[in-house]
Design a protein around this ligand. Structure first.
Ligand code: BES
Ligand code: ZN
Length: 869
């Protein structure tokens, strides 16, 4: 890799962790007065500041029209401060400085969806993490400056809802048809957690009593027609509140908790103190309009943002390099919450699938970085799978090792030490260590270096001694920016099985870590090590990395037969699934024959259906073309992978033969007692329907048409629509029209309509052009862009042909309009260098041509990293 790929960026704009300095001034209180008008907004701010260390008084500000500034009541002359595009600096400020500013901003034309922006005709919202607050007013906009916020919001009465963080302390008339509300947030917080909302929204109300007896008013704000779709989120919120009390001893700390839904949002959701703002896709949930997967997602995002109240808000990050401190921990917490909602094994399967599909490729390519990076140009580019998902895995490894009780003692200590503070990853690991009594400091290595470790294992059975020896080796690919890669601590959860009876054996081995859990866990923290199991009376089958106990690439010379054995006998549902995935990897990437896999599926599936349809639906997972591509480092030919995968799917469908239709007809989601089983039944039914169609049996189309017509459930309706559309069935067009007419006013349902068509296996440039020029396509709404682009990218043959221009055009357009989203979409092309020639050079030339055109830090940093291979 060539590190100095973009000298301009490298020299001018890179920010380094090692340069961290404490802020010279703190802010005791901030008073905001936000007056919204049709064509501008006026923000008047009073900051009571106090010197902490020597240095200039620095206020950050971007795109602000400064009207006036005073210090301790005196107007500042123009020569008393220096103002540029990023900041306002006062050099000789007194130790106690009260600064009052008035600025004019333009939320009505803010398309970047950062700071205060008009999300729709009758809604203004904020998004301030990580650096949006500086687009609202001049402020030391960094997470280690915590202050008490009082916010007055004033607007025309056509916006009846005026919200900000904390308690409503006053409201009233403001003349000329205007009104105001004043809110005060009693807890100190960094500016990125500030929020306000001005709009015309309906509300769903409920309440919750905390373990401490505090009565909390709960409110979810959304468009009137969407209020019935807010009940699942409300239940999930109450459930999350209880869960955090029970599992972490953390009750809620304010008298109200509000959630506001908007369709114009760059991300999923945001944890602003007491006033979360959510993408509609992460709050609206209803069987009729959204899929089962979306319903599960809503519950986990609600939990995630709620859990931030302690891990993120009460204890926040010292600087943005520590982002994974709050995100990695909170993702781990929301994953654990979701494991209690549905089958824990399936939740783990889904989480690992995401990790392997996104984080592993990211970590093996040009965008690879440590979970805690040590430099960046644009922090928005570091809300990555590595920070989030690998960050969560590091916490999970420590939790696995400690076991429930000690982990809880560790988190208790973290909250005891750091409540109200802005801290670092070191502080977190030190608190866990102190609280649990187990030294976890070696886990800091995981935070500080990039790359997915390779874990090589070898087993050897000695029949005479009745021992089984397991040798382990770890290694990391060298990285030019991180020359001193070290061995990391890898918890290896494992089990041995009797190869004949399929029984799990008890483990006799001195090296295992005692964590109070019955699984054997070996902490492997050397470059190489060997452990020995005694009293093993016959050659066992070993199952490694149960529950995916560490985010590593395991290489173990399982025979295909042993993997088939695990698929049938492993009691850990995750490793059962992992066995199918390893077999499929070998079939699809290494040309192993498919018969052992097929036979194992035929042996396992039918008996498991009645018992756990959800798990069975996951056992049918066949790695996506995108995932398979990410496993190929050179000479990747999208077409070849597609053909192999299709051939395997055909074989699988043929092998199930008439059973597919029998299973389809026997499954009845309505007869299932709980949501998760019903969801599994629906998923499995859709898989069977796809198989029947794959068998070339046209009765699949009639079944699909019936399913489409007779259901009120979105997962069933979409499953049927997909089969019709993707097979160009005669009924397809009518179904698409029917869907459109039924759901045209339901944005989230329409996203699915766009996605299905964009993901058609035979979609071509014309299909995409039809969708992107459709009157309902909107470049101002990230969800709609993602629906079409995500659908297109479901088919890498398309991504790497006409898709390249599609993504480049989007990056070009969004570079100015919405660089956060532009930068993310461009990353779809980050593995261009793995393509076979001549495609590789062609795509490279297209990316090079984009370089001089893009201006935003977001897109240029991403592009220059992408080209630095
Ligand atoms: N703090 C983030 C939201 C955020 C992301 C703000 C990027 C600024 C930039 C929030 O807690 C979050 O992580 N949201 C995720 C969903 C979550 C369930 C992982 C998101 O928005 O995708
Ligand atoms: Zn988060």
């Amino acid at each position: 890799m060539n590190i100095a790929a973009n000298p301009v960026i490298e020299a001018d704009q890179t920010i380094y962790l090692k340069d961290y300095q404490k802020p010279s001034f703190l802010v005791d209180t901030i008073d905001l007065n936000i007056q919204v008008f049709d064509d501008h907004t006026v923000v008047s701010t009073k900051l009571v500041m106090q010197r902490q260390t020597a240095g200039d008084l620095v206020l950050l500000g971007r795109d602000l029209e400064l009207q006036s500034i005073t210090i301790n009541g005196k107007q500042l002359a123009e020569n008393e401060y220096v103002l540029d595009a990023e900041q306002l600096v006062i050099s000789n400020a007194p130790d106690q400085a009260t600064i009052e500013t008035i600025v004019k901003i333009h939320p009505e034309s803010n398309t970047q969806l950062e700071g205060l922006y008009q999300a729709a005709g009758d809604l203004f919202v904020t998004q301030n993490e990580p650096e949006g607050f500086r687009k609202i007013t001049f402020y030391p906009d960094r997470p280690d400056v915590l202050s008490v916020f009082t916010t007055r919001v004033e607007a025309d009465k056509k916006f009846p809802v005026l919200l900000a963080n904390g308690n409503l302390i006053e409201k009233g008339e403001a003349g000329e048809g205007r009104h105001y509300a004043t809110w005060q947030d009693p807890t100190k917080k960094p500016a990125y957690l500030f929020a306000c909302v001005i709009g015309d929204l309906a509300v769903l109300k409920d309440s919750y009593v905390t373990s401490e007896g505090r009565n909390v008013a709960l409110e979810i704000y959304a468009e009137e027609k969407d209020i019935p779709k807010c009940h699942i989120a409300m239940e999930a919120l109450k459930h999350s509140m209880r869960w955090d009390e029970e599992h972490y001893g953390r009750p809620y700390d304010l008298d109200n908790y509000m959630i506001v839904a908007t369709s114009a949002f760059n991300m999923g959701a945001m944890e602003n103190k007491g006033l979360n703002i959510f993408n509609t896709s992460c709050v609206l949930a209803d069987e009729e309009f959204t899929t089962d997967a979306a319903i599960m997602r809503v519950q986990s995002v609600i939990a995630h943002e709620y859990f931030h109240n302690w891990t993120g808000n009460r204890i926040t990050c010292r600087d943005w390099f520590q982002l994974c401190l709050k995100e990695g921990l909170t993702v781990f917490r929301d994953q654990s919450f979701s494991e209690d909602l549905q089958s824990a094994a399936v939740q783990r399967i889904d989480d690992v699938a995401v990790l392997k599909a996104h984080q592993f490729p990211e970590d093996s390519g040009p965008l690879s970085h440590p979970p805690r990076p040590d430099h960046f140009v644009e922090i928005n580019n570091f809300y990555t799978a590595t920070v989030y998902e690998k960050g969560a895995e590091i916490n999970r490894m420590m939790a696995t090792l400690l076991g429930k009780e000690k982990f809880r003692a560790g988190t208790d200590e973290y909250f005891r030490r750091h409540d109200g503070q802005a801290v670092t990853v070191e502080d977190w690991v030190a608190a866990l260590t102190a609280g649990s009594g187990v030294d976890l400091s070696a886990f800091l290595i995981w935070y500080n270096q990039p790359g997915t470790p390779k874990l090589e294992a070898q087993g050897e059975y000695d029949a005479a001694k009745q021992t089984y020896r397991l040798s382990l080796k770890q290694s990391l690919k060298t990285h030019p920016k991180y020359p001193n890669l070290k061995a990391v601590p890898i918890p290896v959860a494992l089990a041995l099985f009797d190869a004949h009876s399929g029984e799990q054996l008890s483990l006799n081995c001195e090296s295992l870590f005692e964590n109070g859990v019955k699984d054997g866990v070996y902490l492997f923290d050397q470059d190489a090590a060997t452990i020995e199991f005694t009293d093993v009376t016959s050659k066992p089958v070993v199952s490694l990395l149960r529950n995916f106990s560490a985010p590593v690439n395991l290489e173990f010379n399982y025979s295909d037969e042993e993997l088939a054995f695990l698929l049938q006998h492993e009691t850990n549902g995750f490793n059962q699934w992992q066995a199918t995935q390893t077999l499929l990897d070998r079939i699809l990437l290494n040309d192993h024959p498919a018969d052992i896999y097929i036979q194992a599926m035929l042996n396992t599936v039918p008996s498991l259906i009645a018992h756990d349809p959800l798990l069975v639906s996951r056992l049918f997972d066949v790695p996506t073309e995108g995932y398979l591509a990410s496993r190929i480092d050179a000479d990747y030919q999208p077409q070849v992978i597609q053909e192999k995968r299709n051939a395997l799917l055909d074989t699988l469908a043929r092998a199930f033969g008439a059973q597919a239709k029998e299973i389809y007809l026997s499954l009845d989601p309505k007869s299932q007692a709980d949501f998760s089983q019903a969801m599994g039944t629906r998923a499995l039914k859709n898989i069977m329907l796809t198989m029947i169609a794959r068998q070339g049996d046209e009765s699949a189309f009639e079944l699909a048409e019936q399913q489409f017509k007779n259901t009120a459930n979105m997962s069933e309706r979409l499953g049927a629509l997909r089969v019709l559309v993707w097979n160009d069935a005669p009924q397809a067009e009518k179904a698409l029209i029917d869907f459109y007419l039924r759901f045209k006013d339901e944005a989230l349902s329409m996203d699915q309509w766009f996605m299905i068509q964009a993901a058609h296996p035979k979609a071509d440039a014309e299909t995409i052009a039809y969708l992107t020029s459709h009157p309902d396509y909107d470049l101002g709404v990230p969800n709609r862009i993602r629906a079409v682009s995500g659908g297109l990218n479901a088919n890498p043959v398309n991504t790497w042909s006409f898709g390249v221009q599609h993504f480049i055009d989007l990056a070009k357009y969004l570079d100015e309009k919405n660089p956060i989203v532009g930068s993310r979409l461009l990353q779809v092309l980050s593995r261009w260098y793995t393509l076979a020639e001549p495609q590789r050079s062609e795509v490279k030339a297209q990316l090079e041509a984009l370089k001089p055109i893009v201006k935003s830090k977001n897109v240029s940093e991403t592009l220059s990293s992408m080209l630095s291979v």
